[in-house]
Design a protein around this ligand. Structure first.
Ligand code: ADE
Length: 227
């Protein structure tokens, strides 16, 4: 998978060198390029924003540098992802869909967003998805892009060593994950639930499923359709 990121804060993405995604890059499974939006400006101040037409608070990102940057990285087989609190909610199902794509491009906006014509134009060249991480406002798209890249990247075949570990996770089966325990069997007076030491795999599977149901009912009843 090839990932291009356009941002005014390229240094934000230094963390993509470490951990699981860093290894995936080293192994050639994911190829990530970060582009500085200001490299596509032509004025002395490398201006990327301006006041909004129609008035209002904040600044809007001008379309020209975005147009030039996207002309360079967008191809007809790309999916352009625009993180935005006004986008559709990003879910594990969307992460799965995106993990099968050959090319993703992230357009990280700042301030009050990007001139709408950039998204409208890009829609004529490639598929575009405006994605929101949740019902809160971040300062820009960078942190959201990072979250999407991590959620998608770990689903790319070969990135996670044991693919079975992906299947039992929260959200994959529509339920939250069961609680996990490791050694020691007792810690600060708290024992591990005895069933997990029983060696009875059937009973362990049922217990875990009950835990998933109980946790989902308590924390996220909306996932069970009875919020
Ligand atoms: N940019 C600002 N807020 C955001 C959010 N909640 N999700 C995605 N991108 C954003």
């Amino acid at each position: 998978m090839r990932i291009d990121i356009v941002t005014i804060f390229p240094e934000f993405f230094g963390v993509l060198d470490v951990s699981l995604l860093g290894k995936a890059r080293d192994r050639g499974l994911i190829d990530i390029a970060v582009h500085d939006l200001r490299d596509y400006t032509h004025d002395r101040h490398r201006t990327v924003d301006d006041t909004p037409y129609g008035g209002g608070a904040g600044m809007v990102m001008r379309p020209e540098p975005w147009g030039e940057a996207l002309d360079e990285v967008l191809t007809p087989e790309s999916v352009l992802i625009v993180p935005s609190p006004a986008g559709e909610r990003f879910t594990q199902a969307i992460a799965r869909e995106l993990s099968t794509e050959a090319r993703l491009v992230f357009a990280c906006g700042r301030y009050e967003g990007i001139d709408q014509r950039v998204v409208d134009y890009a829609s004529s060249v490639a598929r575009v998805r405006e994605l929101s991480l949740g019902d809160y406002v971040l300062n820009g798209g960078e942190v959201a892009a990072m979250a999407v890249i991590e959620a998608v990247g770990r689903l790319v075949p070969g990135v996670v060593g044991n693919p079975e570990s992906l299947d039992e996770e929260s959200h994959e089966g529509g339920l939250l994950e069961y609680p996990s325990y490791t050694k020691p069997a007792e810690w600060r007076g708290m024992p591990v639930p005895p069933i997990l030491l029983s060696g009875n795999h059937g009973a362990i599977a049922s217990w875990r499923y009950e835990q998933q149901l109980e946790r989902t009912r308590r924390v996220r009843p909306d996932l069970l359709g009875d919020s």
